[in-house]
Design a protein around this ligand. Structure first.
Ligand code: BGC
Length: 786
């Protein structure tokens, strides 16, 4: 754990330059706009330890899989998001000596991520080996308003000399991924050009053939005046640069403004890329840096209006939750249904930028409440569009009749994961995809989605489950053999409760939706049934039979759901009795030892209870929580949020807060010593869930929002903004009251601590948490809103 990040409610601040922290900070201070993302690498040269990263959403490379023992059904490749051409580079030479912070004495270093307005600022003073001192301020952002663009304002002031400074803004396409199986270079140059103070390079990915044109236009100012550049193009393979020799005077600043854009053939014709890039560059440079920055601030203000969580009385928690919300918004903006959310977003290469079940299980609730419903709809459509590949994937594994197995890891719908226990066994991901459809519809009431897309996906998923189970003569029940649950510290187990429960739920939900669509949209239903050859009577009879006779392991003595057959045969030593020196077990123990132990990597049975809490009474939830929590090591960052929400539900406020703390500052404090690889973006959504669903106790029931809030002891109050079916509200939880302000949209009916509250536009309601007094307008007699 580190604690070098300064606390500030709206900013992430690093003071002082410590090269050991550099890669961590490069992740934390990353910028993105949903379309492109950039690690906080330096503009000028840096020969120290760094992980360069400019990622273009959806542009990937199928890296050949390296495995020792090939198994039928393994995917051939692991798609990974690519480090694309460096657009931020500005090489600086001071009287011929390259500015490189790894070779300078650095003072006054400060990096500041302004989350309110969406930009990164870096200041430092550097003394070169030859004793030249310069002061630098660099401000940059990835524009939310022009999401293929970014801009940099780089100001350099000589402190103890007058002389020549050579400024060379460049675009470097000769880049690599650190994580490449065969140390391959993934890009070929298509073309490049430099002219005046501009240049671009167009690169094509090997195999996938994506083309990306990355270009720049810059201007240089001294004494507030733009100066003519004596630009000299630099010729090098996969590289364009324009060199400018400038006379500089001690104490006088030189400012370089660099506009840049990354345009990809995903969104433009490859043949038009160069022209469109030139148009984009002249459009953004025409706006100017200050206008772009002002647009950036208003785009972020709009986001914060819907997203912000305010915590009073704990600046560190305030900073952390805003950081999480900020990063989620930088990662996915929801305009494009071909894009998704990698567990590290745009902040690093780990997990290859690919899509995991994290999206459906953890990110969907965040986007549902904080963004327009089309954002989540696009996440669902992403899977809908990949249904064909999920069906192919299931075929490859021996399933038929249009059964679909969605991949554990994917970029374009094809499976990328190549460890048998995950690829073939961690099939619960299929259920999360169905659950996200349920969650979306319950939240938005967009039932049309079911007829148009959802039902088709659900039937394919239900078909998979109905084939994946088998009848056990011995048990006279259906069983599900050879699976891995969310707890990856158990492989190839029989009858993982969570997976089997989810499978039966999927089949039931599919039948419910089918009946609903059949009644509401009979024509669409018939068309679908015919196109996928759904033999309703026969297939639903099998679903029903499985639901009725599914074996869901349960221990009568403990009265808990059993994680899987045989779980109780394991030596039951609780986590509290494990010496701290043995943890994390995934770093200290052999895999064999982990598999034989009772330790649970992440919520498994409890994940199921979280999903289906309405089916269980408090005592059941408590018994399962009390049994599984002490055996859980939380070695996935996705785990503590689920435990936090359940602890809150059980009224254990202290523990709810304790679990929340485990991920709230996970990256800011580099808890796991792995932030240098990138930030844990999907678990950030879990942290949001812990606040809103845990402390706020928010749920959607019968088409209504309900809240069961409590205030963590250390906080004076907290509030969060929520959008629900066109209405925006602010929920403010303080020591004695819960107040809900109606911000905009139609009237809304809510439940606050079981009290019905009817909230008219512009009004507020206050519920006293102790006496439960409702001060709110009476609902009209003909009330008919959800
Ligand atoms: C977790 C998975 C998760 C993946 C990506 C793994 O450590 O066990 O559940 O999908 O990380 O976040």
């Amino acid at each position: 754990m580190k604690d070098y990040i300064q606390i500030d409610e709206w900013k992430i601040i690093e003071e002082g330059f410590d090269p050991h922290h550099n890669k961590i900070s490069e992740s934390i201070f990353s910028l993105g706009n949903g379309r492109m993302g950039q690690r906080a690498n330096f503009e000028e040269a840096y020969s120290g330890d760094t992980l360069q990263g400019n990622y273009i959403a959806g542009v990937y490379y199928p890296d050949k899989t390296r495995v020792g023992w090939w198994k039928n059904g393994y995917p051939e490749y692991f798609a990974k998001v690519l480090n694309a051409a460096n657009w931020i580079g500005i090489d600086i030479a001071i009287d011929g000596e390259q500015l490189d912070l790894a070779k300078c004495e650095v003072t006054g270093f400060r990096r500041e991520l302004n989350m309110k307005d969406g930009y990164l600022k870096r200041n430092f003073t550097a003394k070169t080996a030859k004793g030249k001192e310069v002061e630098v301020e660099a401000v940059r952002f990835c524009s939310m308003a022009d999401d293929e663009s970014g801009a940099i304002k780089y100001t350099l002031t000589p402190l103890n000399f007058s002389g020549t400074v050579t400024v060379t803004p460049f675009i470097d396409g000769d880049v690599v991924n650190k994580d490449s199986n065969y140390d391959e270079k993934f890009w070929d140059q298509v073309k490049k050009e430099t002219w005046a103070a501009c240049g671009y390079i167009q690169m094509r990915t090997k195999k996938t053939g994506f083309e990306v044109a990355t270009g720049m236009e810059f201007s240089i100012f001294q004494n507030g005046q733009q100066i003519p550049t004596n630009a000299q193009p630099v010729e090098k393979e996969k590289y364009v640069a324009v060199k400018n020799e400038l006379r500089v005077t001690q104490g006088q600043s030189t400012t370089i403004i660099k506009y840049a854009a990354n345009l990809s053939s995903q969104n433009h014709n490859a043949a038009d890329l160069a022209n469109e890039l030139k148009n984009t560059l002249s459009r953004i440079s025409g706006k100017g840096f200050d206008t772009m920055l002002a647009e950036q601030a208003s785009a972020w203000a709009e986001k914060w209006k819907h997203n912000d969580i305010i915590i009073e009385g704990d600046a560190s928690a305030q900073q952390a939750i805003r950081f999480n919300i900020f990063q989620l918004n930088q990662t996915y903006t929801g305009e494009d249904d071909r894009l998704n959310i990698g567990p590290k977003g745009f902040t690093g290469e780990k997990y290859g930028g690919s899509t995991y079940w994290d999206t459906e299980a953890y990110c969907v609730p965040f986007y549902l409440s904080t963004a327009d419903q089309k954002v989540t709809r696009n996440l669902l459509l992403y899977r809908y569009k990949q249904l064909g590949k999920a069906i192919d994937n299931a075929k490859l594994l021996g399933f038929d009749n249009g059964a679909a197995l969605y991949p554990m890891v994917t970029m374009d719908g094809a499976e990328c994961h190549n460890e048998w226990e995950i690829t073939f066994e961690e099939i619960h991901r299929n259920g999360a995809i169905a659950y996200a459809i349920f969650n979306y519809v319950r939240y938005t009431a967009d039932e049309a989605y079911l007829a148009d897309y959802g039902l088709e996906v659900l039937i394919a998923i239900a078909r998979f489950w109905s084939q994946r189970v088998n009848w056990s003569d011995d048990k006279q029940q259906y069983v599900m053999l050879g699976v891995t649950g969310p707890n990856e510290y158990e492989n190839n187990v029989n009858n993982n409760w969570y997976t089997s429960k989810l499978a039966t739920w999927c089949m039931q939900y599919t039948m419910d939706v089918a009946a609903k669509v059949k009644a509401a949209e009979p024509e669409k239903y018939t068309t679908l049934v015919n196109s996928i050859n759904f033999k309703e009577a026969e297939e639903t009879a099998r679903f029903r039979d499985i639901i009725e006779k599914m074996y869901l392991p349960y221990d009568d003595k403990l009265q808990v759901f059993l994680q899987q057959d045989g779980y109780l045969d394991k030596e039951q030593i609780l986590v509290k009795d494990l010496p701290a020196t043995e943890r994390p077990i995934n770093q200290k123990w052999s895999w064999d030892r982990i598999l034989r132990s009772c330790y649970i990597k992440q919520a498994d049975v409890l994940q199921g209870i979280y999903f289906f809490e309405d089916q269980y009474d408090m005592e059941t939830i408590r018994r399962n929580f009390d049994f599984y929590e002490p055996r859980t090591v939380h070695e996935s960052s996705l785990s503590p949020c689920v435990h936090s929400i359940l602890a809150a539900k059980l009224g254990d406020e202290a523990r709810a807060y304790e679990f929340y703390l485990r991920t709230a500052r996970l990256d800011l404090d580099d808890y796991n010593n792995d932030t240098e690889d990138g930030c844990h973006i999907t678990s950030m959504a879990g942290t949001w869930m812990a606040v809103v669903e845990g402390f706020g106790g928010m749920r959607v029931r019968d088409g209504k929002l309900s809240f069961q809030p409590f205030l963590p002891g250390k906080w004076q109050s907290f509030s969060f903004n929520i959008g629900f079916r066109g209405t925006f509200i602010k929920v403010i939880v303080s020591r004695d009251t819960v107040k809900v302000n109606h911000l905009s949209g139609p009237d809304i009916n809510l439940l606050i601590r079981e009290c019905e509250c009817y909230l008219k536009a512009g009004s507020a309601t206050v519920v006293k948490t102790t006496t439960v007094t409702v001060e709110a307008p009476e609902p009209p007699a003909d009330l008919d809103i959800a």
